[in-house]
Design a protein around this ligand. Sequence first.
Ligand SMILES: Cc1cc2nc3c(=O)[nH]c(=O)nc-3n(C[C@H](O)[C@H](O)[C@H](O)COP(=O)(O)OP(=O)(O)OC[C@H]3O[C@@H](n4cnc5c(N)ncnc54)[C@H](O)[C@@H]3O)c2cc1C
Length: 239
Amino acid sequence: MYPAAFDYRSIASLDEALALLAEHGDAAKVMAGGQSLIPLLKLRFAQPSLVVDIGRMKGMTGVGPHDGWLTIGALTRHVDLERARDLPRQLSLLSEAAHWIQGPFTTALRPDEILTEIRVAASSKPAAGAYNKLERKVGDFATVAVAVQIELEGGKVSKAGIGLTAVGPTNVKATAAEKALVGHEPTDAVIAEAARLAAAAAEPKDDIRGSAEFKKDVVRVYVQRGLKTALARAKEARA
Ligand SMILES: Cc1cc2nc3c(=O)[nH]c(=O)nc-3n(C[C@H](O)[C@H](O)[C@H](O)COP(=O)(O)OP(=O)(O)OC[C@H]3O[C@@H](n4cnc5c(N)ncnc54)[C@H](O)[C@@H]3O)c2cc1C
């Protein structure tokens, strides 16, 4: 399907973009890379009368330490994150992100706001994460995906973050599973219990990608697998 007609403006400065959003409100939509927005326009889930392209705006790219935070510019490419040196050592837990997603296609962002950067608390302790996604073919929506992040201190888990996606109306923060890890040595038994609790927190639905029961079990397996990978990476970071 073709998108509904819209005006297009390519913007060079943040002030100019914010002024357009203030003027047009909900009728305007910001576009960065367009990888999600264009499909949404084509499906007519979004029908803005103005698209404000910020993709060429200067000063919102890059990743690195800044005043005790790790900052990631809103226009940073995935490949730049992948290639960023020392990133895995500095990354701490993305716990605040849970408040950002409010529902399907809905975030806490207001129509006149632009996200300029993400700040993650930098950590000096050994920390690492892992992301596992099950998809029917490359580029498909996730059947189940699980992100985990742990921080170690004295052989025990000092912080843990477990995020589940595609298994509920929003991303799920598996808090009971996180609590089961913190303060404990990450033994096989502790990891298995955290994985069980994370699966219990998932609320998947039966659909063409699989039954709810199957998806819950994938959560369990991916939490277990992700924690073991993160643990090995954190130990490597410490070495
Ligand atoms: C083949 C493929 C595979 C993918 N796999 C995954 C996956 O496994 N996991 C996953 O999480 N995602 C996945 N995605 C989604 C992908 O992460 C997003 O499409 C991409 O990150 C969106 O970035 P963009 O710059 O293209 O945003 P756009 O499409 O330009 O924008 C997306 C939305 O964010 C808003 N927006 C953009 N920038 C700003 C800003 N600075 N301030 C305020 N609002 C803004 C836009 O208005 C729009 O509503 C996949 C996409 C593709 C095409």
